[in-house]
Design a protein around this ligand. Structure first.
Ligand code: HPA
Length: 276
C-alpha cells in the first residue's frame, strides 16, 4: 500500500473515533509527556490501535494521541514520538505528522530535550528553535507524492516568525526567561564526542538533539506552521570523562517541565486569540 493510502486509513480510523477538530497539535518530547496529562476532557487513542502507526519504545515516552482541551483550547498531543535511532524508518518517524495534517491541524508545536552547546545556556533553560542544522537522513528522500507536498520544499524560515514572537511575548508576560537558537539534529543514539561538540559550536549550533528535525521537515513539506522549543537537559563541558546519561536528561527535563507546561498552555491560549 502506498504511503498516501496508509495516511488516509490512519486518518479515517481516528476520525471515526473522534468528533473534535483541533487546529493545534503538540509533539511531547522526552520527559515532557506530562503536558499531555494536563489536557482536560481527554479522548485517548493508543498508537498501537491506529493503522500503520509504529509503537514507541523509549523510556520517558508513552505512545498515544491525546485529544482534548488545554487551557480551554482544542488540542491533540502526541504523547511519545518515534526516533530514527529506535530503528524506525524516516517515513515511520514522520508518519503521524502527515496524519495530523489530514485531521485539519494547522499549527504543529514540537518539544524536545537537547544538549546545550551555547556556553551561556544552563540546564533547565527553554530554547525557542529559530533554525536547524540537519545531520540526519532527510525524511523526504524517495519518490515524491505531490498529494503530500512538493519535491523540493523550501526550508528557509520554517520556524514561523510570528509564532516565535508570540511565544516570546507569552514568556515575557509569564516572567519566564527563554533563549532562542539553532538546533542541530543527529541520529544518535550515541552522544557526541567532545571534538564533535566543539565542531558543532563552531558551525553555529546552540544545542544538539536526536529528534524534531524529521518531523519539522515533513511539517514544512505538508505546509503546516511550525513552532519548536528545546529544554536544555545537559550542558556540554569540554573535559574528558564528562558523560551525558539519558536518566540525567529525563530528571533535568522533569524539573523544568512545570515552566514549559505553563508557557505552552498560555502560548496556546494566545494563539487562539491572536492567530487562529
Ligand atoms: N546530545 C544529543 N541529544 C541529546 C542530548 C545531548 O547531549 N541531551 C538530550 N538529547
Amino acid at each position: 500500500m502506498a504511503i498516501y493510502e496508509q495516511i488516509i486509513e490512519a486518518t479515517d480510523y481516528i476520525k471515526q473515533k473522534i468528533s473534535r477538530q483541533p487546529k493545534v497539535a503538540i509533539i511531547c518530547g522526552s520527559g515532557l509527556g506530562s503536558l499531555a496529562n494536563s489536557i482536560e476532557k481527554q479522548v485517548i487513542i493508543p498508537y498501537n490501535e491506529i493503522p500503520h502507526f509504529a509503537i514507541s519504545s523509549v523510556k520517558g515516552h508513552k505512545g498515544q494521541l491525546v485529544f482534548g482541551e488545554l487551557n480551554g483550547m482544542e488540542v491533540v498531543a502526541m504523547q511519545g514520538r518515534f526516533h530514527f535511532y529506535e530503528g524506525y524508518t524516516m517515513q515511520e518517524v514522520t508518519f503521524p505528522v502527515r496524519v495530523l495534517k489530514r485531521l485539519c491541524v494547522e499549527i504543529l508545536i514540537v518539544t524536545n530535550a537537547a544538549g546545550g552547546l551555547n556556553p551561556e545556556f544552563s540546564v533547565g533553560d527553554i530554547m525557542v528553535i529559530k533554525d536547524h542544522i540537519n545531520l540526519m537522513p532527510n525524511p523526504l528522500i524517495g519518490k515524491n507524492d505531490e498529494r503530500l507536498g512538493e519535491r523540493f520544499p523550501s526550508m528557509s524560515g520554517i520556524y514561523n516568525k510570528e509564532l516565535r514572537e508570540l511565544f516570546m511575548k507569552t514568556a515575557h508576560e509569564n516572567r519566564i526567561k527563554v533563549r532562542e537558537g539553532v538546533y542541530l539534529g543527529l541520529t544518535g543514539p550515541s552522544f557526541e564526542t567532545n571534538a564533535e561538540n566543539r565542531f558543532f559550536q563552531k558551525v553555529g549550533a546552540d544545542c544538539v538533539g536526536m529528534s524534531t528535525v524529521p518531523e519539522v521537515i515533513v511539517a514544512a513539506h505538508e505546509g503546516l506552521k511550525v513552532f519548536a522549543a528545546s529544554v536544555i537537559s545537559n550542558i556540554f563541558i569540554d573535559k574528558e570523562g564528562v558523560i551525558s546519561k539519558h536518566d540525567d536528561v529525563l530528571s533535568a527535563v522533569s524539573k523544568a517541565s512545570f515552566e514549559v507546561e505553563k508557557l505552552i498552555k498560555n502560548f496556546i491560549f494566545n494563539l487562539h486569540s491572536n492567530i487562529l
